[in-house]
Design a protein around this ligand. Structure first.
Ligand code: ZN
Length: 288
């Protein structure tokens, strides 16, 4: 099943038919159902075209996929999401026949990517209560929630101990922990940003800690603003430093050109290994 809220309302899943099969505006074409009125998830019975296309794909030995159509796109692109789901992005007018041929031609690549994704370490779904694992500077810590009238957090012997009034309240625990991570990230990253900026002979930019789920960091050269995701605190320090150097290098080069990567390499020699660590552990170093 797809994580809620991750896809626009125009993508929907057919439960029971094939957990990952989705389509967007095909419903309108084939069963006269207006997509705008359709809930994000519809049953197979509500949308006959979904049954039709899913059955066709099965016959053709194609993997399940999510189809997202946008008017902005000019070409078809495929990507394997961190959880192994195959996503196809296509312009509005491209036929299903074309997309299927496109997928057939890239089956080996898809299978290889999905296999790679499967072997990446994963965390079980979060409960935000006792037993959950949270990474701090690359080290796993087990969450223990204890009762106390005052909210505080302690890190000791592989444990992340949260004190709050109701130790069974997961919503409060999530709120309190996120707040702690954000404070800690600002506290840790600020001096490191200053140190690395000095090394790179850059005036120290402003720093903001964000809740970004996909991006580890971003940089707005004009505003001299570096934004780092709170998630980055979960990664080891060498990886954190790489992301900071990466964003600082964007102050001079706003693209990912050869000049940009040369500048990154000057201040972070093993940047390729850091990139690899980031993508390999993306499922461990996350909150939700
Ligand atoms: Zn970049």
């Amino acid at each position: 099943m797809l994580p809620a809220g991750r896809y626009p309302a125009s993508s929907f899943v057919v439960p029971g038919l094939s957990s990952r099969w989705a389509c967007d505006n095909l419903g309108k074409l084939h069963c006269g159902f207006s997509i705008k009125r359709m809930p994000p998830q519809v049953s197979a019975a509500q949308c006959n075209c979904m049954v039709y296309y899913a059955a066709m794909a099965k016959k053709k030995n194609l993997p399940d996929y999510i189809l997202r159509r946008t008017s902005r796109r000019r070409s078809v692109a495929i990507m394997v999401l961190p959880d192994g789901t195959l996503e196809v992005r296509a312009p509005k007018r491209v036929s299903i026949g074309f997309i299927e041929t496109f997928l057939h031609e890239r089956l080996e690549w898809i299978k290889q990517k999905q296999k790679e994704r499967e072997t990446r370490p994963q965390l079980p779904k979060r409960t935000w209560l006792d037993g959950d694992v949270f990474y701090i500077n690359g080290v796993p810590h087990t969450l223990v929630v204890k009762e106390s009238s005052r909210i505080s957090v302690e890190v000791a012997d592989g444990e992340l101990i949260l004190f709050q009034t109701d130790p069974t309240n997961a919503t409060r625990a999530r709120h309190n922990l996120m707040q702690w991570y954000k404070d800690q990230a600002l506290h840790d990253f600020k001096p490191r940003l200053a140190r690395l900026a000095n090394a790179m002979e850059e005036k120290v930019p402003n720093l903001e800690i964000t809740n970004a789920k996909q991006r580890w960091g971003s940089c707005q050269a004009k505003k001299r603003m570096v934004r780092l995701s709170v998630r980055l605190l979960m990664a080891p320090k060498d990886v954190q430093d790489y992301v900071i150097v990466h964003e600082l290098a964007h102050l001079k080069h706003m693209d990912h050109s050869r000049d940009f990567w040369n500048r990154v390499a000057t201040f972070c020699r093993h940047y390729k290994a850091m990139e690899e660590k980031l993508s390999h552990n993306a499922q461990l170093w996350r909150f939700d």
